[in-house]
Design a protein around this ligand. Structure first.
Ligand code: NAP
Length: 295
């Protein structure tokens, strides 16, 4: 395959997914008179979070859904935030709730996440949704790993029997990713900072998902010939002269000749995250109303 044919275009895939979702949303309105609503809560003025929240709001509206933004000051206490979450849980116009992380230090993020109605938890971080994923139940799945899975299925078709390695065991990416791949009947290795000989573990894998947050840690010779590489990492590095550049957790140029397919950074996994948030919001709406949704 040509080198360019190996590149998994997450941006194009996410655009197509958002367009398909917009069609489903229009049908939901036409057939059931329903408009899915997504509430996003931002506490404080973290600049990156402000950009994420703005983008989420814009994409939500573009897909034909309703966006409810709640911006609270950095001094907000936990009780006040929990009271807002409770109101959103009860609001029938709100089908999905997302509390943007990180939260200011006076607030326990897990307490807030676990206060969200699990059926409105479109981030999939609630302990009930983590449990559903772990036990093979029908829950809401964290957006980034869900996006990775959609890219893998699109490129490889049936994943059953494939040897997969996930680098990183965070609750928001690594662990749910490993469980999703297990659900696809992959043989899964979940690696982390204490894994011995990570390079050798990687070389055995037909699927490599890197989510470590270490710029270009995965080298080209860690990749088995023809393996599919999904790079979740988003790392901003400084270049000589003071400029900066985004790189993934995989040394892309080195890995490209070895890989059968690979996601770039930017333009790979990143754009899938918001598209999957919208997908989860639609899924949550349909389930709350008992409407069957084709996958
Ligand atoms: P995290 O919570 O910091 O977890 C990092 C994981 O990597 C940990 O499990 C850690 O192992 C492991 N790790 C760290 N150094 C390692 C090493 N040298 N060898 C092997 N494993 C190592 O990070 P995260 O939230 O999962 O995010 C991971 C990356 O994905 C970050 O770059 C983040 O920016 C990116 N991200 C992207 C998106 C997106 O939309 N594309 C979304 C979320 C995150 P231990 O558990 O042993 O410490």
């Amino acid at each position: 395959m040509s080198e360019s044919g190996k590149i998994i275009d997450g941006k194009a895939f996410a655009t197509t997914l958002r367009e398909r979702l917009a069609v489903d949303v229009a049908r939901l309105l036409g057939e059931h008179g329903l408009v899915p609503g997504l509430a996003v809560v931002l506490v404080g003025e973290d600049p990156a979070s402000q950009v994420y929240v703005r983008n989420k709001g814009r994409e939500t509206v573009a897909a034909g859904m309703e966006s409810f933004e709640h911006r609270l000051p950095a001094t907000t206490g936990q009780a006040e935030l929990l009271a807002l979450v409770e109101r959103l849980n009860r609001d029938p116009k709100v089908n999905g709730i997302l509390v943007q992380l990180p939260l200011p230090k006076q607030i326990d993020p897990q307490a807030v996440i676990n206060a969200i109605d699990p059926d409105k938890d479109v981030d999939g971080f609630h302990v009930v949704n983590a449990g559903r994923l772990a036990t093979g139940g029908r829950g809401l799945v964290p957006c980034t790993p869900l996006g990775c899975l959609l890219l893998l299925r699109d490129r490889l078709g049936d994943l059953s029997g494939k040897r997969a390695i996930v680098l990183g065991r965070s609750n928001i990416v690594g662990k749910p990713m490993a469980l999703l791949l297990l659900g696809e009947s992959c043989t899964v290795t979940l690696a982390h900072s204490r894994t011995s000989d990570l390079a050798a573990e990687c070389r055995r894998a037909e699927i490599v998902v890197a989510a470590v947050g270490k710029p270009e840690m995965v080298r080209g010779d860690w990749i088995a010939p023809g393996a599919t590489v999904i790079d979740v990492g988003i790392n901003r590095i400084e270049l000589p002269g003071g400029k900066t550049r985004l790189v993934g957790d995989v040394a892309f140029a080195e890995a490209l000749p070895h890989a059968g397919a690979i996601t770039p950074v930017p333009g790979g996994v990143g754009p899938m995250t918001i598209a999957c948030l919208l997908k989860n919001t639609l899924t949550a709406t349909c389930r709350q109303r008992g409407i069957a949704l084709k996958d």
